[in-house]
Ligand binder design. Structure first.
Ligand SMILES: Cc1ncc(COP(=O)(O)O)c(C=O)c1O
Length: 366
């Protein structure tokens, strides 16, 4: 039995030839492909991790009381979620939850998972691991009479497009899902990175009408607090659903390490370093956006999040090749879905020096 055979090709392997070309640039590669943070972990978070380093016993899957209340405080502040009974659960980064959610909710063959037309590939992987069918759709109308829809993923601000769904759109998804008994999982890991619009959480009463029924919000500290290496995320929402996830995850040993739980408390309570990081990304975004536009790229959406969704109105692999010749590596849009074929995703996660180098190279080629 080869489970991997049921999964899509691992896309990053396909980028290796372009990476080799970009790495040949005399001033080195500017890697804007994978959105991996490059700035330091905030000192207050490192100190909290170290202070909790003596952790000989098993941690709680549910999280310490301290991390549970830090999550509650944060979702009240950042998402407008002022529900006394909100379910919260720390996760080992958010990717494992995205990949495991359909299984942990008990989905299987015959069930349908709805995902956006271009999106983070792990939504599809999680569904395929259970044998569930995937439908890519932006508008629920386009789903037709499909039954057996058990889970709907939304991602606003979106990876890769940076699109933000307005509250009215989210509200429609919630109403539609509730009528059919489907769960809405809202991946909000870029929620705090709104540039031209203020993204709204599914946990906001303006979207959910004051009820958490059937709703899960997935959050990550990877980008907000540069904690990708710690693996720190959480899920919050419908207490019954979160309780079920806890029950399953306790059995499966899906536990966030104790020192990471302590680091999460420090990170969630620290808005200062999150604002500093946001400011860095805003500056990089400004430089890259201008350079790309002057070099003839059109930028679509990208009103929020960690990427510029850029197009030269040609096949995305031609754009990847063109930029690799300049020593700049980006991700082709088809990694995220067939309709991404004329775009590339340009990440803002490189040092100021590398972003400046990219801008210079684009200017010299324009
Ligand atoms: C949309 C989206 N969801 C989830 C993740 C996973 O993030 P992490 O596992 O670091 O929390 C990413 C990572 O890039 C992402 O882009």
């Amino acid at each position: 039995m080869r489970v991997s055979a049921t999964l899509p090709d691992f896309p990053w392997d396909l980028l290796e030839p372009a990476k080799a070309v970009a790495a040949g640039h005399p001033d080195g590669i500017v890697d804007l492909s994978i959105g991996t943070p490059v700035d330091p972990v905030p000192a207050v978070v490192r100190e909290a991790l170290c202070a909790a380093a003596d952790a000989p016993g098993y941690p709680l899957t549910a999280g310490t009381p301290a991390v549970r209340s830090a999550i509650r405080r944060w979702v009240a502040r950042a998402c407008g979620a002022t529900f006394d009974d909100i379910g919260v659960l720390p996760t080992i980064g958010s990717k494992e939850l995205v990949g495991g959610l359909p299984a942990q909710l008990g989905l299987g063959a015959g069930d349908v998972v709805v995902i956006p037309p271009v999106c983070y590939p792990t939504y599809e992987v999680g569904a395929r691991l259970t044998g569930a069918k995937v439908m890519r759709a932006d508008s629920l109308v386009s789903l037709g009479p499909a039954t057996n829809i058990k889970l709907i993923w939304v991602n606003s601000p979106a990876n890769p497009s940076g699109r933000v769904l307005p509250p009215a759109h989210l509200r429609k998804v919630v109403d539609w899902a509730r009528e059919r008994g489907a769960v809405v999982a809202s991946d909000e890991c870029y929620l705090t990175l709104g540039w031209e619009v203020e993204p709204t959480s599914i946990l906001s009463p303006s979207v959910n009408g004051g009820s958490l029924d059937g709703l899960l919000a997935v959050h990550s500290l990877s980008k907000r607090s540069n904690l990708a290496g710690y693996r720190a995320g959480f899920v919050a929402g419908d207490p019954a659903l979160v309780g079920e996830l806890l029950a399953v995850r306790k059995h499966a040993g899906m536990i966030v390490p104790q020192p990471v739980q302590a680091a999460m408390v420090a990170a969630l309570d620290d808005e200062t370093s999150a604002t500093e990081q946001r400011t860095r990304y805003a500056a990089r975004r400004g430089v890259l956006r201008e350079a790309l536009e002057k070099a003839g790229f059109a930028i679509s959406h990208s009103e929020a999040g960690l990427y510029l969704w850029a197009s030269r109105d040609e096949d995305c692999w031609s754009t990847v090749e063109h930029l690799a010749q300049l020593g700049i590596l980006v991700a082709p849009g088809t990694f995220y879905g067939p309709t991404g074929e004329r775009h590339v995703r340009v990440a803002l996660t490189a040092t100021d020096e590398r972003i400046a180098a990219a801008a210079e190279r684009l200017a010299s080629a324009a």
